[in-house]
Design a protein around this ligand. Structure first.
Ligand code: NAD
Length: 522
């Protein structure tokens, strides 16, 4: 293998400034290149071999609902492919686990290099496949690069001598070894960053994996798999299978998978957790489950807050990527004394948002992921109104071309209402009035979730109270609740938001390893 590079300290990948003509030009060129590659078939990868079957499914452009982005083998129709992938990973694990950490990390650094070279192209695939605007797609690609650079460095750190107490007469050490074969089941909403981060965190720790992308975003995963092949990872280390829930289920229930790394909805996460807990014939371990799930994230605005700054943060966090981030602000909890003033500002900014095709550089809000999301969002909006909410702006959708829903604000929502409790995952903001700051914090903590949250206040004491009492994995003070950066804001939530695994944080890799303590008498 190539000589290892001298590592700098980890730094976040800078975002692209599309106001610069050369960057906008590069993105337009990438979009045209990708447009010319739409509708192609992408195969599975099992033990380094490309595999396809007759049964197929398509992924579509949510903003142009009849435009096919990619064609894939429907592995649900032939689950023996999953079995073969798990067998290949089991075999590859026998040697991959002993490859030195620095060498494993080097593969991630090379993946990051290629992602950097193909940045706009990767982003353009996300524009077509999941309807990300340019800036959102660029953020996703940058985060994917960050995960490679960060986890590579982290693995090198974990492979060094670990601090333990020394005693006379023994030579003692603690080392972290990998677990085995992992089932990697990511969501569609960060189709490059979360997908590649989950897969490669496990791989750099010495595990081998079977990766099943979401059926809504398999093409971007296929593009990542091309890079995995290019850097020459040994066959069987990363296996790629495309399918729906039955494929995922087969990965979860196999007695040969040692751990499951899942990011997605609460319902599926709980189901996976339950299935993984059953020891099946031939299974000799308790499976480990890393599950990152949904949120019902709130921004609290106190009566002493800078309302202009709050309004900007609220609109960015509520409508960035159409509200389809697990961190998105879906509840605005505002002190009733400043409710009218703040709401006027939020509505004004919301109505300035440009809703349109994500291929256009000036679009702020594009389509939601699919017809199901479109239909359930409109149902939630209706339910919000039936339960007493008032639509202040938006409230409608148009699916003649793609699945577009206007950025929606529903005022007069009460704590406990359906749209105040359930994750909608769309551009819908529920506004709830609080009597005072105490009441606001109580409402904020009043769901089963605990992912992100933000508080806007000028008071040190109130911010300090939020630090102690607002029960979320990622708390932001006087800033928006989206936009976590790798290394800077380790990300993951409490309660039904998941196992708080803190992606992009220093302890993340430990979940894919186990500590082995070795004592030698001297
Ligand atoms: P989802 O739960 O519908 O699907 C996630 C993955 O699970 C997909 O690959 C899907 O094919 C697979 N799957 C579905 N049923 C399965 C089964 N029975 N067995 C095995 N696999 C199965 O979620 P989604 O719609 O892709 O993603 C959106 C959700 O993800 C939201 O709830 C969002 O909040 C959450 N999310 C959470 C985080 C976080 O860090 N906490 C990050 C991103 C997204």
């Amino acid at each position: 293998m190539q000589t290892q590079r001298v590592l700098d300290e980890f730094k976040n990948e800078p975002f692209t400034d599309y106001s610069k003509p050369e960057n906008a030009e590069a993105m337009r060129a990438a979009i045209e290149k990708v447009r010319g590659e739409l509708g192609r078939e992408h195969t599975c990868l099992v033990n380094g071999e490309r595999i396809s079957i007759d049964a197929k499914f398509q992924s579509y452009n949510p903003a142009k609902k009849d435009e096919v982005v990619g064609v894939f083998s429907e592995v649900d129709d032939d689950l023996s492919i999953v079995e073969n992938a798990i067998d290949a990973a089991t075999e590859a694990f026998k040697t991959w686990r002993f490859v030195p950490a620095a060498e494993r990390a080097e593969y991630l650094f090379r993946i990051a290099d290629i992602m950097r070279q193909r940045k706009h192209e990767l982003s353009a695939w996300m524009v077509f496949e999941v309807s990300k605007t340019w800036a959102e797609a660029d953020g996703d690609t940058a985060e994917a690069i960050d995960f490679m650079e960060f986890y590579g460095r982290e693995m090198i750190r974990w492979s060094r001598e670990q601090p333990i107490t020394k005693i006379a007469g023994e030579d003692n050490s603690l080392e972290y070894i990998p677990l085995g074969v992992g089932a990697i089941i990511p969501p569609w909403n960060f189709p490059l960053a979360i997908m590649s981060g989950m897969a490669m965190a496990a791989v750099v720790a010495g595990n081998t994996v079977v990766l099943k992308p979401s059926s809504d975003s398999p093409t971007i995963a296929a593009k990542f798999i091309e890079i995995v092949e290019e850097v020459g990872l040994p066959p069987g280390v990363v296996n790629f299978v495309t399918g729906g829930p039955p494929t995922g289920e087969a990965m979860v229930t196999s007695p040969k998978t040692r751990f499951i790394s899942f990011t997605g909805s609460k319902g599926v996460g709980l189901h996976i957790n339950e299935e993984a807990a059953k020891a099946r014939p031939g299974q000799i371990w308790i499976k480990r489950v890393v599950a990152e799930m949904g949120g019902k994230d709130a921004i609290v605005v106190a009566d002493d807050a800078d309302l202009d700054s709050a309004a900007v943060g609220i609109v960015q966090a509520a409508y960035g990527f159409q509200g389809q981030k697990c961190s998105a602000c879906s509840r605005l909890i505002v002190d009733e004394k400043v409710h009218n003033e703040l709401l006027a500002k939020v509505v004004a900014l919301t109505e300035q948002l440009n809703v349109g095709q994500p291929t256009e550089g000036d679009t702020n809000v594009a389509a939601v992921i699919n017809k199901r999301a479109f239909d359930t969002t409109l149902q939630y909006i209706n339910q919000g109104v039936e339960e007493g909410g008032e639509i202040v702006t938006g409230g409608t959708g148009d699916d003649s071309q793609g699945y577009f829903i206007l950025p929606t604000i529903i005022d007069n929502v009460q704590p406990g209402d359906t749209i105040e409790q359930e994750e909608i995952f769309a551009p819908v903001l529920a506004v709830i009035k609080a009597r005072d700051y105490d009441h606001a914090l109580e409402i904020a903590n009043g769901t089963e979730f605990g992912l992100t949250g933000a508080v806007y206040s000028a008071s040190e004491e109130r911010l300090e109270r939020a630090r102690r009492e607002f029960h979320v994995g990622n708390l932001y003070l006087n800033r928006k609740c989206t936009g976590a950066l790798v290394g800077v804001h380790p990300f993951g939530g409490f309660n039904m938001s998941g196992t708080d695994s803190k992606a992009g944080g220093r302890e993340y890799l430990l979940q894919f390893m186990q500590g082995k303590s070795v004592s030698r008498k001297v």
